[in-house]
Ligand binder design. Structure first.
Ligand code: DQA
Length: 150
């Protein structure tokens, strides 16, 4: 199973970006932990981070034949990018929305809004890097359920 892991704007600065909110782990740390969890689940992962909406959309398009599932933290784009929402629908792959923080219980009402939520099959928030691991676990469980029904 191939999984594309997409990280949106400002997540390249993890580790130094508002560490009291996002912690001290870097994007590299995140990729290492997610990569090693994926190996245990016998998944292949590809990581992509961009600060640009169009670049994220291009990557979703590019990976649509390679990937079996998508884990996406659209960061601030979560709250208003209909273009990323449409791209997730266009590639028609099962997607999991993930967030490091508990977006539903943070400052700023805008964070409670997710325009991708209803086009994703899973959603994990507030567990830091654990949110990404939970998304992989969910896709592994879906894979196991599919096998059982074959
Ligand atoms: C975030 C939450 C968003 O509201 C914020 O804009 C981010 C990161 C998270 O992972 O908690 O950049 O997606």
């Amino acid at each position: 199973m191939n999984v594309l892991i997409v990280n949106g704007p400002n997540l390249n600065l993890l580790g130094t970006r508002e560490p009291e909110i996002y912690g001290r782990k870097t994007l590299r740390d995140l990729e290492r932990e997610v990569g090693s969890h994926a190996r245990k689940l016998r998944m292949r992962v590809r990581f992509f981070q961009s600060n640009h909406e169009g670049a994220i959309i291009d990557e979703l398009h590019r990976s649509r034949r390679w990937a079996d599932a998508i884990v996406i933290n659209p960061a601030a784009f979560t709250h208003y990018s209909y273009a990323i929402r449409d791209a997730l629908l266009a590639v028609a792959l099962p997607a999991a929305e993930v967030h490091l923080t508990d977006v539903d219980n943070r400052e700023g009402d805008f964070r409670k809004i997710s325009v991708v939520r209803d086009v994703c099959v899973h959603r994990f928030t507030g567990a830091g890097i654990g949110s990404y691991l939970q998304a992989l676990d969910a896709f592994a469980a879906d894979r196991a359920a599919r096998k059982k029904h074959r």
